[in-house]
Design a protein around this ligand. Structure first.
Ligand code: ACO
Length: 324
């Protein structure tokens, strides 16, 4: 028998306000046609005043707990993946802990930008398999609209706000790839590329929050290569081939990145969950938002194999393979 981390519940939260490409074209010199053709994005949700990374995270967490039929008191670890915390400190995870009324266990944030959710799940799986946690909330929550330069058309059209959460609980399996739960996690980073996608401010340098800056073409090039490679690595380590995977739930950055990686691995598009047309890139929140959509509309069923993967600033990248 071996310990496994089973995904028991999913939930998500989106700000009420929707900003379409037509709305953005009133702010910067762009068009619906350009954005759709280059990215696949049609609309994104933008947080209003009072809607924050913390409030979105709490809403997603409550829905995931309801879905898992668990109570906040069952949770012994809360991990929030975010690059847009409510405050420099304390961790957003501890703020979520307070709002959920949890006073035991531990809570901390993970900073791996768009790969944050994959990093968070990997940490949760290691805590569970190491016997240090039994029931973990992993949340990706972001308000990237607050760090965008709304005069820079090369970046402000790409991102949106939102949150997604999963409850991961210790279960037992046989240690084979037929088990329910997380079967494989792989995370990587390469700090040589820290300047390719970054925020130009921070408490210890400018003492400001700063704005997102990106060399889009460079990011694009590395994204397709790194994502395809970590997907192949993760599937192979589980003793499987791409054709065995039922659903691919990728980080939702750009439709052309998804198509490029799918082509490299020979994956047909009808097995990829795509929400970026309506959400844009919500960084660490994008995978659990897409996962929630596909679980709730019945596409992802119990027993199916799901591969989640992401790449983000750093660069960081990784993949998690789980049987639902
Ligand atoms: N509207 C209209 N024109 C624009 C816009 C816009 N919003 N943005 C750029 N342009 C113009 C440029 O100024 C340029 O004009 P020029 O030829 O006169 O100089 C032209 O469009 C082409 O610009 P490129 O940057 O070469 O366009 P590209 O095809 O590379 O697309 C994009 C840009 C969409 C950013 C692409 O590089 C990309 O998707 N990169 C990946 C970035 C990404 O997804 N980052 C997310 C974070 S990392 C992650 O999540 C994986």
């Amino acid at each position: 028998m071996s310990l496994r981390s089973a995904i028991e519940g999913v939930g998500s939260a989106l700000p009420k306000r929707i900003m379409t490409n037509a709305d953005i074209s009133k702010i910067v010199d762009t068009s619906d046609e350009w954005i759709v053709e280059r990215t696949g994005i049609k609309a994104r949700h933008i947080a209003a005043e009072g809607e924050t990374t913390r409030t979105l995270a709490v809403e997603a967490a409550r829905k995931a707990l309801d879905h898992a039929k668990l109570a906040p008191g069952d949770i012994d670890l809360i991990i929030v993946a975010t690059s847009t915390p409510d405050k420099t400190f304390p961790a957003t995870a501890t703020q979520v802990q307070a709002d959920l009324g949890v006073t035991t266990g531990a809570a901390f944030d993970v900073q791996a930008v768009c790969s944050g959710f994959v990093y968070g799940l990997t940490i949760a799986d290691n805590f569970i398999r190491g016997g240090q946690a039994k029931c973990v909330l992993v949340i990706g929550s972001e308000t990237f609209s607050r760090i965008l330069d709304w005069n820079d058309r090369t970046t402000c059209v790409l991102f949106g706000d939102g949150a997604g959460a999963v409850v991961v609980r210790a279960s037992t399996g046989l240690g084979t790839n037929q088990d329910r739960g997380i079967l494989q996690c792989q995370i990587h980073s390469d700090g040589r590329y820290v300047d390719k996608l970054h925020v130009d401010g921070g408490p210890s340098t400018t003492k400001t929050v700063g704005h997102l800056r990106m060399e889009g073409r460079e990011v694009f090039k590395h994204a397709v290569t790194n994502i395809a490679s970590v997907m192949a690595e993760t599937i192979a380590k589980a003793g499987l081939v791409p054709a065995d995977i039922d659903w691919f739930v990728p980080h939702q950055a750009n439709r052309r990145i998804l198509e490029g990686t799918a082509r490299k691995l020979g994956i047909s598009e009808d097995r990829i969950v795509i929400t970026l047309d309506q959400h844009g890139n919500t960084s660490a929140a994008s995978i659990p938002l897409a996962l929630d959509a596909a679980v709730r509309d019945g596409r992802i069923k119990k027993g199916q194999l799901v591969l989640m993967e992401a790449m983000g600033g750093g660069f960081t990248w990784g993949a998690v393979l789980a049987r639902f």
